[in-house]
Design a protein around this ligand. Structure first.
Ligand code: ATP
Ligand code: MG
Length: 385
């Protein structure tokens, strides 16, 4: 008898000829997730298993956050020839549970002497006999005792939901503009969940934004890196650009011009990183720089697609999402962001392109961008121990 984790995947199931490719990626991601605690991961009959587990709860925590995992079931594997042992094990798994149950047998070994309805009846009868707190309900049971007869017998009751989505690396790579706020970590998580590898770009205006503000962004990236298989964060010194904009551009246009610089720099870093798209945490109308007109103006300076997964989300829903993925608390730490430091009193909500271009003409844009890129610091997460 051995304790295993049975890993179930969702959407990959829908893949036709490409399924092996997605499965292979998922196995690699699960392997990376349990690697530090030494579990063994294998694929058999289109099922992923984790074995040689020392700490089951820790293993569950690690595997459920892997994108592409729909759910996991802690299972017991035992000799299928010893049917008495199968029944006894089923009782052990159901002990202490109350309410209703049913047994759901699946038999991929068609030479097994009992068929699925017979296994259901036998195991079900045995459970009824030995677990006084349980009654049968085949339509809406509180608990399902799964019995899978394969190379051996696999039994499980508990089903723990996973993160869902697609395995990271199957959807290409994108660069996340990561501020210290609530929105951008959620946006990054959503895109990573679709199988996209992330790198992050943070614009840092030292000393207007502190060392602590940078640490906070690194902490957010670290949280994201746990489910997205590592992230490189590019910390771009942004002070000179902001001061120049502040000094030389019309005040009501400073935020928008600043955002255009962010996009240009992020796109160049994305190219270096082999990323094909940018991601931001913008949502329509949240602030002046996120009116539809303003978003158009920021889009115009880049060629790459810009993904804004939160575009139709209310702030309250974004907060709920941030709580769920564990970034909210860190996002709420009170360190300033470069956007808040230089905020104009009356930012333009219906900006005109000619005024933007006029403002930008007063700057030596290319030199500023190159200097910022040359001084960019790169932090790789998670740090190697
Ligand atoms: P967030 O909660 O993500 O900070 P926000 O509501 O504060 O969002 P803005 O400050 O206008 O919105 O920023 C919009 C988007 O621009 C952010 O979601 C993020 O993608 C990007 N951004 C803003 N500031 C920075 C920064 N300092 N470094 C990198 N990206 C940034
Ligand atoms: Mg922000």
């Amino acid at each position: 008898m051995e304790q295993l984790l049975l890993v179930r995947y969702g959407e990959i199931y829908l893949k036709g000829l490409n399924r092996p490719y997605f499965l292979k990626a998922l196995v690699s991601r699960v392997r990376e997730a349990v690697g530090p605690v030494g579990g063994k991961v294998w694929l058999k009959d289109a099922r992923i298993f984790v074995g040689e587990i020392t700490d089951m709860e820790d293993c569950i925590r690690r595997v459920t956050r892997v994108f592409g995992v729909h759910s996991v079931c802690p299972a017991v594997r035992l000799d299928k020839a010893d049917f008495d042992a199968v029944c006894a094990q089923a009782v052990r798994l159901m002990e202490g549970l109350t309410g209703t149950f049913k047994v759901e047998a699946r038999r991929s070994d068609k030479r097994y002497p009992m068929d699925s309805p017979q296994i259901n009846a036998e195991v079900g009868g045995y459970i009824l006999e030995h677990c006084p707190g349980l009654k049968v309900d085949v339509h809406h049971p509180d608990h399902v005792m799964s019995v899978e007869i394969r190379d051996q017998a696999y039994l499980y009751v508990r089903v723990i939901p996973g993160a869902g989505g697609m395995p990271v690396g199957t959807g290409g790579k994108a660069a996340l503009l990561l501020s210290g706020g609530i929105d951008s970590p959620v946006a990054g998580y959503m895109i990573a969940k679709r199988g996209v590898e992330l790198c992050a770009v943070h614009f840092w205006s030292f000393p207007y934004t502190s060392e602590r503000a940078k640490e906070k962004v690194i902490d957010l990236a670290r949280i994201l890196s746990e489910s997205s298989c590592g992230i490189r964060v590019h910390v771009v010194p942004f002070t000179d650009i902001q001061l120049q904009i502040h000094e030389k551009c019309p005040e009501d246009y400073t935020t928008l011009i600043m955002r255009r610089f962010m996009m240009r720099i992020a796109e160049r870093i994305a190219r270096q990183e082999g990323a094909e798209a940018l991601i931001t945490g913008e949502s329509i109308g949240q602030v002046a720089s996120q009116t539809m007109t303003a978003l158009n103006m920021t889009n115009q300076v880049v060629q790459m697609p810009v993904f804004r997964p939160l575009i139709g989300f209310d702030k309250i829903d974004i907060i709920r999402y941030a709580e769920k993925i564990g970034t909210y608390e860190t996002s709420c730490l009170p360190y300033e962001d470069c956007c808040t430091v230089f905020t104009p009193r009356h930012p333009a909500t219906h900006p005109k392109l000619d005024k933007i271009l006029q403002g930008e003409a007063a700057l030596d844009g290319e030199r500023l961008i190159e200097e910022a890129l040359a001084a960019t610091e790169v932090v790789t997460l998670p740090e190697r121990a």
